[in-house]
Design a protein around this ligand. Sequence first.
Ligand code: TXA
Ligand code: MG
Length: 315
Amino acid sequence: MRVSIDKAAELLTAGEVVAVPTETVYGLAASLTNPYAISEIYSLKGRPANNPLIIHLSAPQQIENFASIIPEGFYSLAEAFWPGPFTVVLPIFTDKVPASACAGLPTGAFRVPNHPLARRLIDITGPLVMPSANLSGRPSATCVEHVEKDFGSHFPVLDGGACTCGVESTILYWQQGEQKWQVARLGAIAPEAFQSVLKYLPDVIDASMGGKKPLCPGQLYRHYAPEATLTLARMIPEGAQGVVVGFEDRSYPAGCRVIALGRSSDPETAAHRLYAVLRRLDQEGIGQAWVDIDFPEEGLWLTLKERLIKASKCL
Ligand code: TXA
Ligand code: MG
């Protein structure tokens, strides 16, 4: 059920869960002050209880109400990347954040989104927790139809159109001991973009990219996955049949049907389309698809590769 911003605010204030657009993906929102609504998010998504949620604020300064450490460099990052697809994980005052929002951890994740409706809504309701608005483990939702597919047409959703980025925020994690930031989840902002602000390139800690134990509990699980079995390949073998998720400016074996992520020089469009393409495989009842991952090892391409690796594996 599509609701107005006033209705969305009314429902959230009354302790309901509402789907809300952001520039990355749609989120399933609840008021940070309502532990019952927060637990409803976990049950609606089928989300493991040890996977914490991101707290969405409408202005960077609000973080001071929750974070017990504001590291040097934080406000430079906030100025460069907020509002936007950027999340920080910092130590928190544990009495200021419901334990369910941060899964009992002594840290919290914070983001100021850049979607005008999300920001106006948070201005009215106060901070909202929002995981991506998809069933746990499934591809994220980048338009209202995706939310309705997962939660039903009666579920309240604020329609903000198609999400511009199409992949989730990049998460930077503050390592207090080492006094440095690390990338805990690749996302819409490439790690290289942080270098000019931080004066160093933050390490990417991600098991699927050959890294160490993940810093985000959510990275432990199978994610973003359609029903279809995905076979990732840098070169689709000659004689292959069936569907290829690939690029409109590349050629593939004659027996293949191509579902395009865009052009091979355009990672932004590929990111924007990624979850819609994965969802389309299921809509069309496609059981197996090749995926062309002949990507450069840099920038937003790394995020796309990470999402596809997670979507293709049974973890
Ligand atoms: O773009 C986004 O970030 C979207 C939109 C809706 O804002 N949200 C999103 O939320 O992607 P979700 O729940 O799908 O992913 C949040 C990730 C999970 O991997 C979770 O483990 C991690 O953030 N996370 C949250 N709090 C954390 C914490 N205190 N420490 C480490 N990781 C944390
Ligand atoms: Mg998610």
